[in-house]
Design a protein around this ligand. Sequence first.
Ligand SMILES: NC(=O)c1ccc[n+]([C@@H]2O[C@H](COP(=O)([O-])OP(=O)(O)OC[C@H]3O[C@@H](n4cnc5c(N)ncnc54)[C@H](OP(=O)(O)O)[C@@H]3O)[C@@H](O)[C@H]2O)c1
Length: 277
Amino acid sequence: MTAVPDIMLNDGRTIPQFGFGVFQIRPEDTAAAVATAVQAGYRHIDTAEMYGNEKQVGEAIARSGLDRADVFVTSKLGNDSHRPDDARRAFGESLKALGFDYVDLFLIHWPLPTRYGGDYVSTWKTLVEFYRDGRARSIGVSNFQPHHLRRLHEESQTRPAVNQVELHPYLTQSGLRAFCAEHEIAVEAWSPLAQGLVLDDPEIVSIAGRVGKTPAQVVLRWHIERGDIIFPKSVTPARIKENIDIFDFELSGEDVERISALDRGERTGPDPDTFRG
Ligand SMILES: NC(=O)c1ccc[n+]([C@@H]2O[C@H](COP(=O)([O-])OP(=O)(O)OC[C@H]3O[C@@H](n4cnc5c(N)ncnc54)[C@H](OP(=O)(O)O)[C@@H]3O)[C@@H](O)[C@H]2O)c1
């Protein structure tokens, strides 16, 4: 039986530490994948306007028989909608596509520091409106570097509850994690498996053999031990079940350190300082 821990956010709300990501799942495959995940015990879904599958996520949850309140759903603002009026319209469209009157968490997807005159602060202040009116229970950011976060601290009274960033054994983000810990911003690790890249690593394969779990389970458990929030993606039913089956074992401190030492500063996705969306 699974027992996914909750993480307390700086706004007093909680988020399940483990969930299901739907990036790169085709709209026509999304409802089935989400239904499999919900049946396997997932209660946290991470989508985005840019994934083009918010509608199918909402439909799968509606059909699941669960109360809306029992599933934590995150969505994210599209990169073409950073201007306040565009953000207001886009947020309304996300809610409509999901078929919800609120999301549990809404994020600025990318800081886009070389677009919109580098003004992600106005975008952030617009998300604060959604938080205040209750349509976003929590708000946060994604792909923000410490210097982007520092600017939000200086120019807004409201702290992001989370920062969702690329993070896996080949990109352990120690500086950014320390900054977020100091400012009580929860870290969400996207591409927790580095899209599969880390699963053949000899160190990970060796630990998996020793503890009797798969390489994917070992990597996901490493994230859990470190306290980060994860939502691995899969369209493969057996893997969807395998990935949540990580709450019946622990890694030793030494094994956590061994995996952390695999860091190579290697991104699989874009650099947030230069990405233009
Ligand atoms: N904020 C952002 O900018 C951002 C960017 C990227 C991702 N994300 C979020 O993070 C979520 C997860 O990241 P991701 O989808 O990029 O990558 P990921 O979860 O690290 O890896 C997904 C890949 O690994 C495979 N896989 C999954 N479980 C496996 C297992 N047990 N054994 C072997 N292979 C396995 C999947 O294959 P199959 O599907 O074929 O089974 C898929 O190819 C996304 O879905 C999205 O919600 C956010």
